[in-house]
Design a protein around this ligand. Structure first.
Ligand code: ADP
Length: 165
């Protein structure tokens, strides 16, 4: 059984994350999506909302499971029985960032191997940070997030419509 942990903040999950997870399912038997809860960083969406949105995105896919965690990623990987970590790479800065995390994780637990998938050109510009900016300034979210999340977020807009329409 090849089980991978896909860790991240997912604040919120984007089409970029979803693409990496779907491609990960062709490499691994199971993917556990781990929502890392950073107690020192203020998130836009609660862990419960982030988890529900991910569960809806993968409902009907029994090989995907979602859980929140507050510990080190390698410790959580061990806890869920994942021998692999899956990450996405969009750009050179992503590589620099991931390299340090990889070296640290290897030091903490050399038995866990991390796999990287390059993002597709359609989603390589998408980040949760940019999506949160679009939400704050009420821009259109089509092409960035799955439809069920867009529908929930548009309900939060007073008047129900983004201003860039
Ligand atoms: P973090 O908070 O650690 O940056 P994120 O929640 O933003 O994590 O993302 C989790 C993983 O998904 C990371 O490996 C990140 O590089 C990857 N990722 C995020 N957005 C995309 C995208 N558009 N395409 C491919 N991978 C992505």
């Amino acid at each position: 059984m090849r089980r991978a942990l896909f860790p991240g903040s997912f604040d919120p999950i984007t089409l970029g994350h979803i693409e990496i997870i779907q491609r990960g399912l062709s490499l691994f038997d199971e993917v556990v999506i781990g929502i890392g809860i950073n107690t020192t960083k203020q998130a836009m969406f609660s862990p419960e909302v982030r988890q529900r949105w991910i569960e809806i995105a993968f409902q009907g896919e029994p090989r995907v499971r979602v859980a929140c965690y507050t510990t080190l990623t390698v410790l959580f990987a061990r806890e869920v029985g994942a021998k692999f970590i899956l990450r996405g790479l969009r750009s050179a800065p992503d590589y620099e960032y991931e390299r340090n995390i990889d070296l640290l994780n290897k030091q903490l637990d050399p038995s866990i191997e991390t796999f990287y998938l390059l993002s597709s050109p359609q989603t390589s510009f998408v980040s949760s940070t940019l999506v949160r900016e679009v939400i704050r300034f009420r821009g259109h979210l089509e092409g960035l997030l799955p439809p069920h999340i867009i529908a929930d977020i548009y309900k939060l807009y007073p008047g129900g419509k983004p201003v860039t329409e």
